[in-house]
Design a protein around this ligand. Structure first.
Ligand code: 8YV
Length: 332
């Protein structure tokens, strides 16, 4: 790249118009007009020509792709908060900077988490379905009874930005807040949430009414909710996951709900997206689970803010500054 040339920025999926327009003004932007997820060969081709790649959760930027990257590729500016789609360690070893988009999708994802916390115990999807199939024969005092939300214990796994925003919402709904994380939260945050820290995840699981998964997917959190740990939950407990499917052993979870060893689940993410285990779909029909297609951060405002963050990161990097949202080795 000569000093005046605009960097080649390869964007793997369609982004909001306003974001694409701005990117076109600022960079030599290559867009994926079809919006179809790219194949590995497409990603290799992009990595060969680009200064910057802007991937999303649907692109696996692994060591195979990185090993074939051209010498110009110096930045992967992920359009997303989670970066488990990128082999960050290999990228950093190769001198490629990685950035993400934290902060701007916190509230939206927490809202969706709260929606699932409400939807599953209060049987929202089942209610819709009765009307949809014109099966409502009238009100009855003992029909369609769910479980009360307020007064219940919510166990949050990962009290980071999103976990904290979930806790604030859940507190307003009268739930008692419990959490487990690698580190204890600052005392002021604990106090404001009236939150209880559990050093032992196992002990927390055994005592909660609802579990919300809000930690990132890393090698350490893969199947954190393993078959063994899921068995620690109370039989009438629920699990909500808006983080990553890989954090829960999905087959074990499905089996437990089928067997009546767990009351239900609200899942926005899956282990093998976009594939969804047909047995989970069957449980959804039976009203035991509420399933959403990875919509946690899917708001117009959120997507535009994510795009803005990507642009800020690219510009800072190209101007020779440290981009604000670098993924650091300590975050892996
Ligand atoms: C995004 C997400 O939709 O940002 C994240 O980590 O899980 C999602 O909300 C997706 O990652 C965009 O790439």
């Amino acid at each position: 790249m000569t000093s005046k040339a605009k960097p080649v920025v390869f964007v793997t999926r369609r982004l909001p118009d306003v974001v694409e327009t701005r990117m076109r003004e600022l960079f030599d932007t290559r867009l994926n007009e079809t919006d179809a997820p790219l194949s590995q060969a497409d990603l290799v081709a992009a990595a060969k020509i680009a200064d910057v790649i802007v991937p999303t959760v649907t692109d696996r930027i692994d060591a195979t792709i990185l090993s074939q990257a051209g010498p110009k590729l110096k930045l992967i500016a992920n359009f997303g908060n989670g970066f488990d789609n990128i082999d960050v360690a290999t990228a950093l070893q190769r001198g490629i900077t990685v950035t993400n988009t934290p902060g701007v999708l916190t509230g939206d994802t927490a809202d969706m988490t709260m929606a699932l916390i409400l939807a599953v115990p209060r049987r929202l999807a089942e209610g819709f379905e009765v009307l949809e199939h014109s099966e409502w024969t009238g009100w009855s005092p003992t029909w369609m009874l769910g479980k009360r939300i307020h007064g219940k214990r919510l166990g949050i796994i990962g009290l980071g930005r999103i976990g904290t925003a979930v806790a604030q919402r859940a507190k307003a709904f009268g739930m008692s807040i419990h959490y487990h994380g690698r580190r204890r939260a600052p005392a002021a945050l604990e106090q404001s949430l009236e939150a209880t820290w559990w050093e032992s995840l196992d002990q927390m699981l055994a005592r909660m009414d609802i579990i919300s998964v809000n930690c990132p997917h890393t090698p350490a959190t893969y199947h954190l909710l393993s078959a063994r740990r899921l068995k620690l939950l109370k039989k009438d407990a629920y699990i909500v996951n808006t983080a990553r499917g890989e954090i829960i052993d999905e087959v074990a979870l499905t089996r437990m709900i089928e067997a009546g060893d767990l009351a239900g689940a609200g899942l926005d993410v899956f282990e093998h997206e976009p594939a969804v285990n047909p047995r989970l779909l069957k449980l959804a029909k039976a009203g035991k689970v509420v399933l959403l297609p990875h919509m946690g951060s899917a708001t117009v405002e959120g997507r535009i803010d994510m795009g803005e963050k990507v642009i800020v990161n690219i510009r800072a990097f190209m101007d020779g500054h440290r981009p604000p949202d670098r993924v650091l080795p300590s975050m892996l």
